[in-house]
Design a protein around this ligand. Sequence first.
Ligand code: FAD
Length: 407
Amino acid sequence: MKVAVIGAGISGLLSAYHLLPECAVTIYEKEARCGGLGGIFRHDGATIERYNHFFSKSDTELIRVIAALGLSGSLYWAKVKEAYVDGNRSSASKMALLRLAWFMLRNYRRKHSGALLEKDAAQWLKNECGLDCYERFFRPLLEFKFGAAENVSAAYIWARLKEKKNTRIGSLRGGLNMLWQRLEEVISCRGGKFMFDTDVEQIAPAGADKWQLKTKTGTITYDCVVCCLPVKQTKLLCPDFTRVIGHACAPEYLCVRSLLLSLKQPLKKGYWLFMVRHPQKGMKVVIDTSAINGMPVVYFPVYQRVLENKTPEIFLAECIEYLKLIAPGFKPDWVNEYFVFSDCDVEPVLTPEFLLARKDVAEFPAGLFIPELLAEGRLLKTFNTAAVKSRIIAGYIRSKYVRDNTG
Ligand SMILES: Cc1cc2nc3c(=O)[nH]c(=O)nc-3n(C[C@H](O)[C@H](O)[C@H](O)COP(=O)(O)OP(=O)(O)OC[C@H]3O[C@@H](n4cnc5c(N)ncnc54)[C@H](O)[C@@H]3O)c2cc1C
């Protein structure tokens, strides 16, 4: 049973990990190393993550994989402190705060997203929390994440609230690279083959439920393909996509542009997640990870529907305005160095239409699996969701195809 996995981010690596050794797996990765969005860069002998990532105590599938890989000893949990900084300086009404607290409490207890999938988040929040609370807290957050508050599923808000319940966040001593290296080792030991620096240029049906992958090195036929790319990119690679999968599930995507600052001194003591509302520029999130990696590092991620190409200097100046709201004594000369990273299509906009169009694993057209379109797993695009989906897809491939072929 020959399986091609496209992408060596967490989804591709874990798909290969679960498929081996029963299947002959080849992983195609356009970059020179593993990690995808969780990837690292090297600078002055240090290994630094391009974007800030952490695990949550409810990431049970991921924690299981980390243990199976023998990395539990490197996993540690830090207390995260959260603050809401409002540059408008007008305080929220007591009624708005009370409604917010009551809303959070009720939704922590909710077990399933259920009917929330179909509801529009803005409308639901206005009804549940009142206009004052929605305008002050939720509209700015929805706009920060999605560019606009409209047409986002209420289930997204619920999933985020559930995640927030955990006040400790997990990281790996030695960084995420430990995980990528370990997975690469284990996959290679079990016979998996990596094709780095190899862009898949086309995925095409090759008769009798087989698929052909075209790369710079030629065209190879596989029994199955697990394509761990955004649906939008899969569609471009696979001319038959609409015929085999249908078009209801092609969502709009978010891009991310993130500034990573290394500071001469930490902004605050501890690990902080600040939601900062600038009077003119709206809500942004600032993550101060100084407490966990020993060096004062701050991430300033900005989500956009279309990537802006502001110069790094202008981006830094914007970030500094937010840092001054957090630490009024902040001076630009606290910044040692800064780096800008950006990626397109980092996650789909979770509209009710997209969430409802996702499918069960058995409904995928023979042999082409796209984790992003799988309905299982939690709603947010996280490492844990990727881990759940990869296990489900690999389990299905092993049980259906490997058994069919041998029987
Ligand atoms: C700013 C930011 C912060 C985040 N924070 C967290 C967090 O704290 N916790 C958490 O759990 N998740 C977090 N996430 C989400 C997490 O990064 C993703 O869920 C996860 O990395 C997705 O992994 P993936 O393997 O599905 O996709 P990706 O990581 O995007 O991997 C896809 C891979 O495919 C490769 N590729 C693309 N095109 C081709 C091609 N044509 N041929 C071959 N290879 C190709 C890419 O190079 C890449 O390596 C964050 C994401 C962002 C953007």
